[in-house]
Ligand binder design. Structure first.
Ligand SMILES: Cc1cc2nc3c(=O)[nH]c(=O)nc-3n(C[C@H](O)[C@H](O)[C@H](O)COP(=O)(O)OP(=O)(O)OC[C@H]3O[C@@H](n4cnc5c(N)ncnc54)[C@H](O)[C@@H]3O)c2cc1C
Length: 589
């Protein structure tokens, strides 16, 4: 691909998942764009961040790279197994109920059915190489061993503007747009003097290494797939991420203040914690350690500004919450998809440019902050952290987290809505998953985890004070406007199940009429009974999220048909290891 004397349409700094996703999508939708990706390292190189969440699949599929990832045979990830919360025995959560995973299937598979709702655990040295090669195949000019040394910039009325990049080799390049996807190096963000905010009390540090042995992960295979293993210790937690049958990433996360006072060397601390965790130790004790201890800290932040006149921050340089949610790559891939669509939309010139940038900034910042809050909630709910309990209590108090599970859910559902537009989702969990996790973490808080709409006989739509506006939604390389209702911080996208619920509730309020309305809607929109059932279950989730945020007023009349929804301790999505999954029917009666 030619460039005009070092001038490109888009220069991307960093060839990790953020950079390669942005580049691949730009070229997919506009093959005339001249896109340069500058990567400091020569791939393959190891990188932390190996355990994924299901929303990544859609982005990989859109990029046209899902089949390549699948062909490599990375372990399929079904969910996670934890010791965390109010009990010390392991419990499991699944992205989908176990019964939906076939006992036998062949690989490579295709991106359809249950495979759309689970994810991978990836060896980043291979994964990142496949993605970067894919971006190159789509026509990006990819340069490895090309470290960006400096960024030139100036200021216009519109704010900060980037004017060029210079490599360590002395080469200089210019572009119409610049994307910083350099991870925590954040080359452009730092050069532009953009501050980061840490609206969180999470201050953690991680130490990790890699272990290999033929067949070491056979022991944890379930239906030929795996779960990330997370084990609590009194002072932190250990991860065990199977990257293949033979190779595993193993690490420790602990509170940075506690680490400073513990008086242990990082390697001794890591090995001591692994030896103290019998499940993990049994899996690695006979394996060979790579022997290159790695560490990182200070990862919980969000950039004050995420885009400007001709620049965008993408992925970890924009912000990250905490590894406990395994959500970093999900935030990165979806952020890159949004950045690429926004640049393409700006080039079309048909949309209000200020609105596009504002939406990018607000959406991406909100997502990171939302994940920080979810991570804080997760940490404060761990009764196993005896050595850091005081710190957890402080986190809880300062973050306003001395709340009942019900209140916590109400708070979680703010912004959780648009993780997957039109459906409730946060951190890879649907609503019943979030509720079940709350059950596990609810020991310190008063009150049961209940559904706001449980026992409702009437659901009355409350749109008082709401305004109708739009939110940006990246789709097929464009940014489309989705209508939303907005009131304070709460937003309801008028799409998917939310649109159906609002439409039906405008006409009906008694639950029998609401159910009839939703069934009629399902008949009109879905061909199969299974799709219709899935839709009705999503409607229940949407109604709960709407009720918890005051969009629906719940009434209970005696002797009238009522909704019955329970939050069981054990279910299909979250269950303890000894009991295994149990089927719980919930729904509208
Ligand atoms: C302890 C820990 C555990 C984590 N675990 C998980 C997990 O289990 N699951 C998950 O989804 N996420 C996890 N994450 C987050 C995940 O690592 C990141 O979200 C992800 O790597 C971000 O991708 P990125 O492309 O933005 O940045 P990166 O993957 O860091 O890529 C940035 C690229 O930029 C290059 N670069 C840097 N400086 C320059 C320069 N000057 N010039 C040119 N190139 C440059 C780098 O070499 C690198 O290849 C974890 C993070 C931490 C800290």
């Amino acid at each position: 691909m030619s460039n005009l004397n070092g001038h490109f349409d888009v220069i991307i700094i960093g060839g990790g998942p953020g950079g390669s996703t942005t580049g691949a999508l730009l070229r997919k939708y506009n093959p005339n764009l001249r896109v340069l990706i500058l990567e400091r390292e020569t791939f393959p190189r190891d990188h932390i961040g190996e355990s994924q969440l299901p929303p990544i699949g859609r982005v990989l599929h859109e990029m046209g790279v899902w089949d390549k990832i699948e062909r490599h045979g990375f372990p399929i990830k079904l969910g996670a197994t934890y010791t965390w919360g109010k009990t010390i025995s392991p419990w499991t959560f699944g992205f989908i109920p176990d019964r939906e995973i076939p006992d036998s299937y062949s690989r490579p598979g295709t991106f359809e059915g249950w495979r759309q709702r689970v994810s991978f655990q990836v060896d980043r040295s291979i994964y990142d190489t496949i993605l970067l090669d894919h971006a190159k195949e789509l026509g990006c000019d990819v340069r490895q061993a090309a470290k960006v040394k400096s960024i030139t910039h100036d200021r216009t009325k519109a704010g900060k503007r980037v004017t060029g990049v210079e490599l360590e080799s002395g080469e200089k390049f210019t572009a119409r747009y610049y994307v910083d996807a350099s991870g925590n190096a954040a080359v452009m963000r730092r050069a532009l003097g953009i501050k980061v905010d840490a609206p969180t009390l999470l201050r953690n540090v991680a130490f990790w290494d890699y272990w290999s042995a033929p067949g070491m992960n056979k022991a944890i295979l379930e239906k030929k797939a795996v779960r990330i293993q997370i084990r609590s210790l009194p002072y932190g937690w250990v991860w065990y991420i199977a990257l293949s049958d033979d190779r595993t990433s193993v690490g420790l996360v602990c509170n940075a203040e506690w680490y400073k006072t513990c008086g242990k060397r990082p390697d001794d601390l890591l090995m001591e914690s692994l030896r103290s965790e019998a499940t993990v130790w049994n899996l690695i004790k006979d394996a060979t350690r790579k022997g290159k201890l790695e560490s990182t800290t200070d990862w919980s932040y969000v950039a004050d500004e995420t885009c400007g006149e001709n620049w965008f921050l993408v992925g970890e340089c924009l912000g990250f919450a905490d590894p406990i949610l395994s959500a970093g790559l999900t935030l990165t891939h979806t952020c890159a998809q949004h950045a690429a669509s926004t640049i393409l939309e700006l080039d079309h010139g048909e949309e209000d440019a200020a609105w596009l940038r504002r939406e990018y900034n607000n959406t991406q910042r909100r997502r990171v902050i939302q994940h920080m809050k979810f991570a804080e909630y997760w940490y404060t709910g761990n009764g196993q952290f005896s050595a850091v309990r005081e710190n957890c209590a402080a986190i809880a108090k300062e973050a306003g987290l001395t709340m009942s599970p019900e209140e916590a859910f109400r708070w979680l559902s703010h912004g959780g809505i648009d993780d997957h537009v039109g459906q409730f989702a946060i951190g890879g969990l649907g609503l019943s998953g979030v509720k079940s996790v709350q059950m596990r973490l609810s020991h310190d808080h008063a009150g049961d985890v209940t559904y706001t709409i449980d026992g409702a006989t009437d659901l009355v739509l409350n749109l008082r004070g709401a305004t109708r506006t739009d939110m940006a939604h990246p789709e097929n390389g464009r940014v489309i406007r989705l209508p939303i209702l907005e009131r304070g911080k709460s937003r309801v996208p008028l799409t998917g199940t939310y649109a159906a619920v609002v439409e039906v509730l405008k006409r009906a309020s008694t639950v029998d009429m609401v159910l009839a309305g939703l069934q009629e809607y399902a008949r009109r929109h879905f061909a199969t009974a299974m799709d219709a059932r899935g839709f009705l279950s999503s409607c229940t989730q949407s109604m709960e999220a709407l009720a918890s945020q005051g969009w629906i007023e719940v009434r209970r009349r005696p002797n009238a048909p009522a909704i019955s929804l329970k939050t069981p301790e054990e279910g299909e999505i979250v269950y303890s290891e000894e009991k295994g999954p149990t089927r719980v029917d919930r729904g509208l009666i």
